[in-house]
Design a protein. Sequence first.
Lengths: 115, 311
Amino acid sequence: MIMVVRIAFATGSGGLDDEIYSRLGRAPTFTIVDVDEKTGEILNVKVIENPGYTAGSGAGVKAAQALGDEKVQVYAGPTPGPNAYAALQYLGIKVVPLTGYKVRDAVKKVLEMLA
Amino acid sequence: MPSGPKAIVSVTGGKGGTGKSFVATNLAVLLSERISNGLVLADLDVEAPNDHILLGVGDPLNVIEIEIFFPKIDYKKCTSCGACVKACDTGAIIMAQGRPPFVFPRLCSGCMACYYVCPEKAIARDGKRVLGYIRTYRVERNGKSFMLVSGTIREGEEHTPPAIVATKRHAMNMSRGLLLVDTGAGTGNGISAAIQYSDLVIAVTEPTPLGLHDLESILKIVSGMGYRSWVVINRHGIGPEEEHVELAKQYGVERIYRIPYSPIVPRAYSRGMPIVEYAPDDPASKALEELARDLAVELEGKLGVAGVVGA
């Protein structure tokens, strides 16, 4: 049986070859990747716009809500601020602090950290 | 406009550190001697009010809480439909699918949008939380006195406009004569709320490029709101001010005053005394006196003949 984990990365233009963005709430997009937990195979990729990018305030919370709506299980990117962190916790989304990687390479890193 | 003050004069300026509170507190002291039917100074720099320090006053007469709406959710009625989450402009409400929403108090601006959109009427109308405090001081000067109303938001709060509006309303209710408003820095919604209803706006600037830049920002707001304006160039003499004068003309500013740069001013500051009391003969004090005198004459019509003495 395949165990799929849904990971969201904070990204700029979005996609597997995009670098992880330096901020969560104000990241332009999230790249959401479905991964086979055992093999690390990427099964599906989806890029969504982050509503927090253009928000007047509460960007981190709005970003977290968008991830919750997409049924994301793991968030990977820069360390969330206090509000975003509380929101992610409430939504049951695991937080993996990770920057300096392309999404494609980061997938393996995230799986290692989760193991 | 609520009944209360006969005239409202606001001191603002856009840039931080130009001397808004300096001008406002000194004007208050000078005008309290001239205006017989009462002066109220409202410190609406709610993030860092310090007129009470500049005036060297003691404990406030009273402190009241600024309360704003806060959604109290009845979880028996809530169906987790998510309407409140969508309506919340400040991102203060979050909801996991199938679970009740959760509110971040510090992000909530108290706008009540969630209350109005909730189809289940699960949000109470009378939910409240404390955003900040209004302190009222009596300032005694040479046998005369005036009131200082000072608004503060609690540490960590993000929304200043509701606190500014509440403090201003309190000051207006208290005032029967002249209401002098001291605003914070900037040109945001809170500043517009602070200068609303003004009969005259005094924009304080300084002869620096930054002063020039922020003067234009504030004059855009003031002229856009249709208010009369005077400009005060503080620290006159430290740099060129031709462009400031040109800008003032462009925006229909009626008068320009200059307060010369004086090293005595920070000394007065450090003693918690207005310069007009610490060094009444200093050129800066003389300039402030001229401004106060002209202001008293200007307000004579509004305040009535009995309102202004010794103008």
